[in-house]
Design a protein. Structure first.
Length: 133
């Protein structure tokens, strides 16, 4: 499935050198059919990726958005019988724009808006990725 291969390669790329293996493990821990089902559901897509990366495990309870993400991930993990990866992404020696939370949120936004990204990229003569963001 070329769509799934693109998803894994984008995860690897978004993970940069510090988190590429962990990001690929996150991708492998999610059946790609789940990604397809969450098309046009950005909150669920983001909660899925962050939850699988163990990035929703925090003691901060007063943040409403974080609470919504946790609630969505709990629902999705039970619905799809998901097991999160064992190692969390690293923040050491990363600039804020490359933090794992930011990068996974960016990728979730791309996949929440594009159901057949590989097909769209192949079909388009001018590979302008900005169009898909």
């Amino acid at each position: 499935n070329w769509e799934q291969v693109l998803f894994l390669m984008l995860l690897k790329s978004f993970g940069s050198k510090n988190n590429r293996e962990i990001f690929v493990e996150i991708g492998k821990s999610i059946n790609f059919s789940i990604i397809r089902k969450l098309y046009k559901k950005p909150l669920q897509m983001e909660s899925l990726l962050l939850g699988q990366a163990n990035l929703l495990e925090t003691t901060i309870d007063d943040d409403q958005y974080l609470s919504e993400l946790k609630k969505e991930y709990t629902f999705l993990s039970h619905k799809f019988n998901l097991i999160s990866v064992f190692k969390s992404p690293e923040y050491f020696r990363l600039r804020p724009m490359n933090f794992p939370t930011i990068r996974l949120a960016q990728l979730s936004a791309i996949y929440a808006e594009n159901n057949n990204l590989f097909h769209s990229l192949i079909e388009n003569n001018e590979l302008d990725f900005q169009e898909y963001l």
